[in-house]
Structure formats: C-alpha cells, structure tokens
Write a protein that binds this ligand. Structure first.
Ligand SMILES: [Zn+2]
Length: 312
C-alpha cells in the first residue's frame, strides 16, 4: 500500500483550504458554519498534535492557549475505516476515506470549545446530572453534523459545484463513512443511552438526506420542509415505544411524535456497524416506517397501532 499523509499533515492542509473557501461556501450554502470557521481560524495557528496517552481527545494548553490533539483517536478511526471498507481498495479511495476520517474527527473536536466544552471537566460536570448525559449526546450529534457538513461543503467546492444537490450528495457520502466507522472506533455501550441515541440520530440524518436526494427536486423539497441536513434530536420511552423527534436548527421545531413497537425501537438502537449496508439500514428504515415517516420530509403522519400484547 502506498504511503498516505498522516493526521497532522491532512488536518492542517484541510483547515487552511477550508478557510480559503469560506467566502465561496457562505455565498452558495449560507452562514451555518460561522462557529466552525471561527473555531478553525482560532485554533489553526497554535494547533499541536501529541502522541501521549490520554482519555481525552484534546486539551487547551493553559499557558499558551494552544489546541492540542491527542492522536490516538485519529488512528482508531483509521483502523475502523479499514475494518469496515477493507484496505484492498483503490489508493484514491483510501486517500479520500482517510481524509474524511481525520478531518471529521478534527472538526468535531475543535467545534466543542465553541459549544462551551473547552475542558474535560465540563463534560464531567454534565455527568453529575441525570439529564446532563443527554445534553452531551445532543452536543456530540451537533458536532458530528457540523463536521460532516463542512467536510462535504469543502469537497463540493473542490468539484467546483456548490449547489444544494451537489453539496447534499457529498454530505450523504461523508455521513455514511463517518457513521459506519466512528461508533466502531470509539465504542457504543448498550448502557450508554445518550451514545446510542447520538448514533441513531446520525443515521436518521443520513437517511433523511439520502431519501431526499432520491425523491426529486431538492430546492422544492427544502422550501417545504427546511434544510435536510439540519441536526436533529429525539427522546423516547423504551418501555412504551413513544418517540418524539425534532430538528435542532435553525429553530427548535418538532418534526413529529409517534408510538412504535418497543422492539422496533430497540432494534434501531442496537444494530452493529460491522453489518453490511442492507442489514445495517434495515432497522433504521423499519423505525422510520413504523413512525410513518416519509424520511425526506420527516413528517410523522400517524401512530403505529400497538396492541398491549405487542408492546414487548
Ligand atoms: Zn465529542
């Protein structure tokens, strides 16, 4: 296998490229990445990479204020990508996969300080509060969404086509790579409900864009239902199958409520990234069907009928 650039070279080059494309991206796709561009601009000058062992993904040097990545996470993600997609593929494809792995991870992490998560202790503070875990899951989904969407925007700009359709096709592909490999790299315990939710919502977001792209005119669809790539969040009662789903941006808007069979919900929460594409997407699509969601418009029309004997 030929040698490929490592995380540091890749991330530095991508950050510089993204800043150079900021004006073009905003002109065509809007200003939603302002906080992420601000983060890149703030961190790029003092960016450092450390091979030290750490539980954390990064720290901000208290003396120099520099953003320091611990590199272990990049390598975990690289291994997961090879595990899912194999290493016996075209070098050009490997190059793209590795870039997506490294930059999506880096963008996710530099976004966290913009969300107020500059120190690991703030995460711990959340975990002292029962509902705080859910907020961590929600913030992580927002950081995933920001990272995936900017990676996609830069890819679309490289191809010289920044219309919504071209951007959303890149979004779908980047989301697929990240959604398949990140949970495998970092693990999602069955006991960590907020992490399961983050994974599921990331897949719902992918499915919404994928379905939208297959369903026809993107401008008309987005005019009717809002941006297809908007971050979402959900709450559910695993015992009864009650689900609420909403988008987080541009405003906190309910997309729907439903009651599904608890088994449908459990299967959608418990799939494994090692599955092939069809197996993997089946529980997600089943959940959307059960919620009677037209995934492109993500509008829930009515509730799945659940009799007491089915509620298991
Ligand atoms: Zn995170």
């Amino acid at each position: 296998m030929p040698a490929f650039p490592g995380p540091e070279t890749t991330v530095r080059a991508f950050f510089a490229e993204a800043l150079a494309l900021e004006g073009a991206i905003e002109k065509s796709l809007g200003t939603r990445w302002k906080p992420l561009f601000r983060a890149i601009r703030r961190q790029l000058a003092g960016l450092r990479f450390s091979d030290d062992d750490s539980e954390a993904a990064f720290y901000i040097d208290p003396v120099t204020d520099e953003f320091v990545f611990f590199t272990a996470g990049f390598y975990l993600l690289r291994s997961a990508m090879f595990e899912v997609f194999g290493s016996d593929i075209e070098p050009a494809l490997i190059r793209t996969f590795l870039e997506v792995a490294y930059v999506s991870y880096a963008l996710h992490e530099v976004f966290h300080p913009e969300q107020g998560l500059a120190e690991f202790s703030v995460v711990q503070d959340h975990k002292n509060i029962p509902s705080g875990f859910d907020e961590i899951g929600k913030m992580d989904h927002c950081a995933d969404n920001a990272a995936i969407s900017l990676t996609a925007a830069v890819q679309a700009a490289r191809l010289g086509n920044l219309d919504r359709g071209s951007y959303l096709r890149r979004f779908r592909d980047v989301a697929y790579l990240v959604n398949r490999s990140a949970p495998l790299a970092f693990g999602v315990k069955d006991s960590a409900l907020h992490k399961q939710k983050r994974r599921l919502v990331n897949w719902l977001c992918f499915e919404r864009v994928d379905d939208g792209l297959r369903s026809g005119s993107i401008p008309e669809l987005e005019l009717a239902v809002g941006p297809l790539d908007a971050p979402m969040w959900m709450h559910f009662n695993i015992g009864t199958g009650d689900v609420v789903l909403w988008e987080q941006e541009p405003m906190h808007r309910v997309l729907g409520t439903a009651r599904v069979r608890p088994g449908t919900l459990r299967r959608a929460l418990a799939f494994r990234e090692e599955m092939d594409r069809g197996e993997l997407m089946a529980p997600i699509r089943a959940l959307l069907r059960a919620m009677r969601i037209d995934s492109a418009s993500i509008k829930i029309e009515s509730h799945e009928q659940v009799s007491p004997t089915q509620a298991s």
